[in-house]
Design a protein around this ligand. Structure first.
Ligand code: ATP
Ligand code: MG
Length: 473
């Protein structure tokens, strides 16, 4: 049974109020405590305590009061005129089906009660069979989630060490599985997921399509010596060579030689091109192949095709792509190869029921994408749009929210559910937007302990963010 803690003060509205606490209750009520307001104007209102205040009339500052004089002379001023307040942010009015927006002004003098461990206020948020973690400080209050918004995509934000990967591994992935999604995890570091799951595939095992391989070669050779938007006959020749020659699954030195020879042939045989232009093109080809070494070919001799990965995830329920061994562009190339296939399936109107977990999101979709990042950023945006119709859920983890340390803004706009853990000081401006709307102070966000996240957005049945945590074994 909830226990009374105080009464509503003057100045309450339908969406927020202030409670003056009964004597001693200041030791029980905490920031983020959940309370019930018995509105004297009718109905019961679920609310959360955010922003407490201790006031002592004899210790007002700004003028010289007797209390200040007492304190100056090391005596304790009277606490008779001392009281404690908490601001309350309204979640909603409780009705038979859960909660709805509260439209009745909360009457001053209404009583406020706090929920105890034995109560289950989460039931008011709806009867969802799915939940994530638990409400802050209450391990048995499972926080319900709305399954129908999973494919409106999810963002997990927090500085390094805030617990993003743990939240994903312990809570988000199991939730996705329970909701009927099969999960592909892009494990950038190879240490957060790969060691904990059975079916993993490493980068070099995956077959990357020829077009993406040429993109990759272009990145490492400064576009084979051409300007970005210029017509690029050398890239075209290499791409044709990759398509015409059976180069995969061979010794990388042999593969490289085969492609180089074929590309030479193609350039020399191209009709209507002047001899000196051909020489220039050949020179650019040769010098590019000084950078495209045997090791570079070795990265792409994998034979597991994207469709096989999708078949495997459908069979096993989860597949981890271990990206630890490989350079950034190679990781982006593999990502492109896999997502191209997912996109193609959706364009053919196939429903996927797959979730794609992207750890270290800004590596794929930074604030200002360059080189291959531009393709991966555009791809993620496309996947988000298609995913809403064809059952693909994108889950992106990022250390920063906005600006230089953050995720690309166009991508972020697509993440309709967010988990926000301890933020980076550079994200304070972003945090202020939250504090303006929800009374969550930027200081709170800057100091959240590891494994604590504000849960907000479409999947949250509560219209205001809830602080959640989770237990690890
Ligand atoms: N719910 C939790 N309870 C207790 N400890 C936790 C919890 N969640 C995370 N931790 C601790 O926090 C540490 C960092 O977590 P994690 O690796 O998930 O951080 P991260 O946000 O993914 O960091 P990075 O951005 O560097 O990848 C973990 O090693 C673990 O010890
Ligand atoms: Mg991590």
């Amino acid at each position: 049974m909830p226990i009374p803690i105080g009464i509503i003060c003057s100045g309450a509205s339908e969406s927020s109020a202030t409670v003056v606490l009964y004597d001693g209750m200041e030791k029980e009520v905490k920031n983020e405590s959940l309370v019930l307001i018995k509105n004297k104007n009718g109905g019961s209102v679920l609310a959360v305590c955010r922003g407490g205040l201790g006031i002592n009339e004899s210790l007002r500052t700004g003028t010289f009061t007797p209390g200040v004089a007492y304190a100056k002379s090391r005596r304790i001023p009277s606490s008779v005129k001392e009281y404690f307040l908490f601001k309350l942010q309204v979640i909603g009015e409780i009705n038979d089906n859960g909660i709805s927006q509260n439209r009745i002004i909360i009457a001053p003098t209404s009583t406020v009660e706090i929920f105890t461990d034995e109560d289950s206020p989460m039931q008011y948020l709806g009867k969802s069979e799915l939940s994530i973690g638990h409400y802050w400080g209450k391990p048995n209050w499972k926080v319900p989630v709305l399954k129908e918004y999973i494919n409106y995509h999810i963002g997990v934000f927090g500085v390094t060490g805030s617990g993003k990967s743990y939240l994903t591994r312990y809570e988000i992935i199991p939730l996705l599985r329970r909701a009927g999604y099969d999960v592909i995890v892009m494990d950038w570091k190879g240490s957060d997921y790969a060691p904990y799951f059975e079916s993993t595939i490493t980068l070099d095992q995956i077959k990357v399509d020829n077009q993406t391989v040429v993109k990759y070669f272009g990145t490492i050779t400064r576009n084979f010596g051409y300007y970005d938007r210029e017509e690029n006959p050398v890239a075209a020749a290499v791409e044709t060579a990759l398509r015409q020659v059976d180069w995969r699954g061979k010794d990388p030195a042999v593969s490289r030689e085969l492609i180089l020879q074929k590309a030479r042939q193609i350039i020399m045989g191209s009709p209507g091109v002047k001899e000196d232009t051909k020489t220039l093109q050949l020179n650019r080809l040769e010098s590019s192949f000084e950078t495209i070494t045997e090791e570079e070919f070795e990265r792409f001799i994998g034979v597991i095709e994207p469709w096989e990965i999708v078949a495997k995830v459908k069979d096993r329920g989860i597949v981890i792509i271990d990206m630890s061994k490989g350079i950034k562009e190679q990781k982006l190339a593999v990502f492109t190869a896999i997502t191209k296939y997912l996109k193609k399936l959706m364009e053919r109107k196939q429903t996927l029921n797959i979730a794609l977990v992207i750890d270290e999101g800004p590596q794929y979709a930074p604030w200002q994408p360059r080189g291959m990042e531009r393709d991966t950023t555009d791809m993620i945006i496309d996947l988000c749009a298609l995913g809403r119709s064809y059952g693909l859920s994108i889950v992106i983890l990022s250390q920063g929210m906005a600006g230089e340390i953050g995720l690309n803004a166009a991508v972020r706009r697509n993440l309709n559910t967010q988990f926000i853990g301890r933020i980076h000081p550079l994200d304070v401006e972003e945090a202020q937007k939250l504090s303006a709307s929800y009374y969550i102070s930027p200081e709170t966000l800057l100091t959240l302990p590891e494994g604590h996240f504000y849960f907000l957005g479409r999947m949250n049945p509560s219209p205001i963010p809830l602080l959640i945590s989770f237990q690890i074994q």
